[in-house]
Design a protein around this ligand. Structure first.
Ligand SMILES: C[S@@+](CC[C@H](N)C(=O)[O-])C[C@H]1O[C@@H](n2cnc3c(N)ncnc32)[C@H](O)[C@@H]1O
Length: 494
C-alpha cells in the first residue's frame, strides 16, 4: 500500500513526458492551444509589468538589476517564444531588464529548446536561458536575491504528485493505492492522524476540511505545495506565480466527490489541482492569490503573490481583474471555438477581426487560411492590405514544432490568392525547408511561376510534384497546359 503521491501514477506520467519529448505535442495528444497562444502571453506580460511596478512602488525592485522570469514545465516551448516576442514589443514599458529561464523536467525538451532556431536570437542577446529542472525535486533554483522573481506554471501542477483524502462522518482518512492481482489500480482509505504531514500549514488545512466539509474525497496538492515552498525560498519570499490549470477553487467545489476526481488519459492520470488548499497554505504565510471568475471553461487562471501586502499589490490585482475577468484569454478560447464551429463562408472582415482578437495567433491563421484565401480573392485593395498586415504579425508569432501545421504553406497560399506570387514562392520555400517536399507544395509553386510567366520553371515544378505523386491529376493537367503555352509563346516572337 503506497501513499498516493509516492505511487507509480505520477512516475508513469513523468516517464511519458521523458520518453515522448516534444513529440507529445505533435499529434494533438496533449491539449496545448489554451496555454500556448499570444492572447495569454499578452495577459501574462501585462501582469508581469503590473507586478514589477507594484514592487518598484513598494521599494522592492532595483530597476538597474535583472528580474528572472522562470517558466516551469515549459513543454514544447511555444509559450516561452510568445512571451519573449511580446516582451520585446513591450520593452519600453518594463521597469527593469528581464531574462527568461525556460525549464522542464524532460531532458529531451531542454535539448529541443537549445536547438530551436526561433530561440537563437534570444540566446544570442542573453534574454533566454534554459535548464533541466524538476519542479518537485530536491534541487533549488538559484536567483540573484536583489529583485523578486516571476514564475509561469501552465498545465504543470496537475502533473505533479498529489495525495488524496476522504472525509466520512467527520473522520479524515488518507487514500492509498495498490495494484490488485489483475494489475488493476485499487484505492483504500485508512484513518489519518491529526498531523498527516507533520507540516503545520498543510495539516491545518486538512483539519479544517475535516471540520467543515461533509462526506467527500479531496485531492491534496502536495507536489505543487512543495514546488511553491521551494520557489518561495529561492526567491527570498518575493515572487509572483501565474498559472493556468484545471482547478478546484473553493470549499464548495470540493463537496460531494464519491471518489477522487482522477482523470484517465493515454499518458496516465491527472487530477484537478486543489487551488483552495494552495490558497490556504499560501495565505498562512502572508501570500495573496487571485483566481479567474467562475466560467464554464474548465481552465482556471491564477496569480499567487508573496512579498507584497494587498494594498501594495493594487496594479497586479487590477490588471488581473481587468484582463482575466473581463473578456480575456479564457473567453477568447470559448469564443474562438464557437466561431470556428461555423466558420465557412463568412466575410474577410470577420476573419481579420478574429485574428486581431487572438493577438495574431499563427495557429489560428493556419486554421483559417483556406477561408482567408477564398475570401481574399477579389477583395478590395484596402482589405487585402489589412490582411497582409495581419498575416505579417501572425507570421511573427510562428513557432514550429514537429507537427503537420505547415504555417508557411498557409501564408504562401493566402499570398497567392492576393496575387503576391513572388513572395508566395518564398514562403513555399520555407515550407519545404521546415516540413519537407510535398506534391502540393511543388504544384502550388508551379502555379505561382506560371502566373509570373516563368513557364520553364513552372514545368520543372509540376514535374517535381509528379515525382512525389505520379497520379496527382491537377499537376498532370497544368504540366500539359504550361508546356502548350510555352510552345505557343516560343512560336510567336517579334
Ligand atoms: C501538460 S504539459 C504542459 C506543458 C506546457 N506548460 C503547456 O502548457 O503546454 C506538462 C509539462 O510539465 C513537464 N513536467 C512534468 N513533471 C514535471 C516536474 N516534476 N518538473 C518539471 N517539469 C515537469 C512535462 O515534461 C511537460 O512538459
Amino acid at each position: 500500500m503506497t501513499r498516493l503521491s509516492e505511487s507509480h501514477l505520477w512516475k508513469n506520467l513523468r516517464e511519458f513526458y521523458e520518453k515522448e519529448g516534444v513529440k507529445a505535442w505533435s499529434s494533438d495528444r496533449l491539449p496545448f492551444f489554451a496555454t500556448n497562444n499570444p492572447a495569454l502571453a499578452k495577459t501574462y506580460v501585462d501582469l508581469l509589468i503590473a507586478y514589477l511596478e507594484d514592487c518598484r512602488d513598494a521599494e522592492q525592485l532595483d530597476p538597474t538589476q535583472t528580474v528572472t522570469i522562470v517558466e516551469l514545465g515549459g513543454g514544447m516551448g511555444r509559450m516561452a517564444y510568445l512571451m519573449l516576442t511580446r516582451l520585446k514589443e513591450m520593452q519600453d514599458r518594463l521597469p527593469c531588464p528581464v531574462k527568461y529561464l525556460l525549464t522542464d523536467y524532460g531532458k529531451s525538451n531542454v535539448e529541443y529548446y537549445k536547438s530551436h532556431e526561433k530561440f537563437a536570437p534570444f540566446f544570442q542577446n542573453g534574454t533566454l536561458e534554459v535548464s533541466q529542472f524538476d519542479a518537485e525535486g530536491p534541487d533549488r533554483l538559484q536567483f540573484d536575491s536583489t529583485n523578486p522573481v516571476f514564475v509561469i506554471a501552465n498545465y504543470l501542477f496537475d502533473s505533479l504528485s498529489q495525495d488524496g483524502f476522504k472525509i466520512h462522518d467527520g473522520v479524515l482518512s488518507e487514500i492509498s493505492c495498490y495494484l490488485d492481482d489483475k494489475k488493476e489500480l485499487r484505492f483504500e482509505a485508512t484513518p489519518a492522524s491529526d498531523t498527516p504531514y507533520g507540516i503545520k500549514a498543510y495539516d491545518k488545512v486538512l483539519q479544517n476540511y475535516r471540520n467543515v466539509l461533509g462526506n467527500t474525497h479531496i485531492p491534496f496538492p502536495i507536489g505543487p505545495l512543495k514546488c511553491m515552498d521551494s520557489l518561495s525560498e529561492s526567491a527570498n519570499g518575493r515572487l509572483a506565480l501565474v498559472m493556468a490549470d484545471k482547478a478546484l477553487r473553493s470549499k464548495e467545489e470540493l463537496l460531494d466527490f464519491t471518489s477522487l476526481p482522477l482523470q484517465k488519459h493515454d499518458r496516465g492520470f491527472s487530477m484537478s489541482v486543489n487551488c483552495h488548499a494552495m490558497d490556504e497554505v499560501w495565505g498562512q504565510d502572508g501570500g495573496l492569490s487571485f483566481h479567474s471568475a467562475p466560467r464554464t471553461n474548465h481552465l482556471n487562471l491564477a496569480v499567487y503573490c508573496k512579498g507584497l501586502r494587498r494594498d501594495e499589490c493594487r496594479r497586479t490585482e487590477h490588471t488581473f481583474r481587468d484582463q482575466v475577468d473581463g473578456f480575456g484569454p479564457l473567453d477568447y478560447l470559448d469564443f474562438r471555438a464557437q466561431i470556428m464551429a461555423s466558420v465557412k463562408n463568412k466575410s474577410l472582415r470577420l476573419y481579420l477581426q478574429l485574428l486581431r482578437l487572438s493577438r495574431w495567433d499563427a495557429e489560428l491563421f493556419y486554421e483559417l487560411s483556406n477561408q482567408l484565401g477564398d475570401a481574399a480573392l477579389g477583395a478590395p485593395m484596402n482589405e487585402q492590405q489589412e490582411l497582409y498586415e495581419i498575416m505579417t504579425r501572425c507570421w511573427g508569432n510562428f513557432f514550429p514544432i514537429p507537427d503537420e501545421r505547415d504555417v508557411p504553406f498557409a501564408v504562401a497560399r493566402v499570398l497567392a490568392c492576393i496575387n503576391q506570387f513572388h513572395q508566395a514562392i518564398g514562403f513555399y520555400g520555407e515550407s519545404r525547408r521546415i516540413y519537407g517536399d510535398r506534391c502540393l507544395t511543388l504544384h502550388n509553386i508551379g502555379i505561382c511561376q506560371f502566373n509570373l510567366g516563368q513557364l520553364e520553371q513552372a514545368v520543372a515544378s509540376f514535374k517535381e510534384a509528379l515525382k512525389l505523386d505520379p497520379q496527382y491529376g491537377p499537376s498532370k493537367e497544368l504540366l500539359l497546359r504550361t508546356e502548350a503555352e510555352a510552345r505557343r509563346q516560343s512560336s510567336l516572337t517579334p
